[in-house]
Design a protein around this ligand. Sequence first.
Ligand code: ZN
Length: 254
Amino acid sequence: MTDARLPDSPIASRVLPSPNFGERRGRGRPDSVVLHYTGLPTAEAALALLRDPDSQVSAHYFVWEDGAVAQLVAEDKRAWHAGESFWAGERDVNSASIGVEIVNYGHDGALPPFPEPQIAAAIALCRDLAERRGIRPERFLAHSDVAPARKRDPGERFPWDALASAGVGLWVEPAPIDGGPLFGPGQEGPPIRALQAMLALYGYGVALSGVYDARTKAVVAAFQRHFRPARVDGEADASTVATLKALVGALRGG
Ligand SMILES: [Zn+2]
């Protein structure tokens, strides 16, 4: 840490340094926040991994189930949480973001709920980051948003709607699910290209090929996990498309 024992955020009550960081590249200032679940059975195991020099992984902040928050890496340093990722033209997501690990066993643990005090702490931390760092609502992202083919965290049980109610993140009410898929794997043509264009406009890493390929399916699933979590299947049903249109509209509307 630049200053050994002072957290950058007043929401963090202590500093538990991780050696796993480097210097931020490029603009050098984070404009995004990436939220993760730890995906391990216990907080202790996750914290040990994030502080183990051999693991080569870390995050800036760590949020326990009881709402306690620790800082592991200083905000002006590049923590190693996103891995190979992409968002809105940025391939070095670690340099452009602040990483927050939220203790939760995740998909391997059958998606346990996030306790209320933990979500309250995550909200407080995100609000602090938004205010202090000027991070825009649409730049509060899931790890699955920036690495859709590799990652599913923080998962479809993560309460993005509760964060939005507290002023964190860009959110629109998901359109109700009604009927089967409009578009799905194997289809081609201008409607598929239009779907890809909306996903890319929001920031997802998908080519405007006009072909509903495996990457498109993974990106649609990532979108659903974040914005239409009632059904995560990578099929572009009417509800998914309507929710995406509304979200892109909200983005343009500022
Ligand atoms: Zn993650």
